[in-house]
Design a protein around this ligand. Sequence first.
Ligand code: MRU
Length: 360
Amino acid sequence: MKRLKTIDWADDGVVIIDQTRLPGELLYRRIDDVEAMFHAIRELRVRGAPAIGIAAAFGCCLSIADFPEHGSAHDLLILLEKNGDFLADARPTAVNLVWAVNRMKKRARELARSSTIAAMKQGLHAEAVAILEEDRRMGRSIGEHGARLLSDVSSILTHCNAGGLATAEYGTALAPVYVAAEQGKVFTVYADETRPLLQGARITAFELQQAGIPVILMCDNMAATVMAQGKVQAAIVGADRIAANGDTANKIGTYGVALLAKAHRLPFYVAAPSSTFDLNCPTGKGIPIEEREAEEITCGFGKRTAPDNVAVFNPAFDVTPAELISAFVTERGVVRPPFTETIKKVVGGGRDGGGSLLIR
Ligand code: MRU
């Protein structure tokens, strides 16, 4: 099955698929410095919670590449922390971004105790590659748990893009679809186009088509009809940040899909790696929501569709209350309510691998 490489390290730089150019052009863009990485994240050239975490980790490596070999470990640490904070500011909602930066800072502090500058740079590069490789494995594992969970389902609805292009390889919400396909089962995916930036139309439809998975594109306001007509048996989405009680921030419009799923008695699943859970955030009220430029709505993709100077509200994410979520699909298993207890058990053991309790 053809899967695209969203982001990778190559020849002392980072190569990303520029997602603002999809679906018309599959453009691989090289990023050589931390400012370029900041802008690539902010402008959604690389996007999706896990992918921007990986991008920030690589961005940290780029930001220390020119640090002199005869400099002090302490100065290198200060530089990495400063640049990490800069990258973490690129977008506020996805916790994976700050999670990856914190992980790079922690590794830098460990290395600074006893390493040469060259060894510190090498160790930090290895940490960024580990974040990417772990994401790949987590996606695969989410896919396996999700494929089992959805064994009685043949058509799903998804919102935005939580596929391979939002992660290192398999995606989260689309991972069960890819794993099932490897096992010989073919899902049909109804993809919300996802106003205003059309990640569903431009990215989900594109990557599923590339993979040979049946995909049916629809406008966001068609989801109720699709559910009412029995065309899907479940909805599954990704997440940008999941609070300790299960409230979940994801692309604007997700909350509406969850309400519609409840009204039609369909399960609503959220697929996410443990790096997307923020146990420091007790409820969704504490999740910062990114607001973006009015032009995304009034003049999307260069075509003016609203009068000049009209007031606009453009939050990029919303928060789905935990009670609308049937279960989370994580790399450690399927997590069911009561979420305050089960999330703590499954994710509380440490975000980067640890906790082993699987709840099905
Ligand atoms: O603004 P975007 O395109 O970065 O938003 C992406 C989403 O909302 C995804 O659903 C989420 O990050 C999960 S990606 C596995």
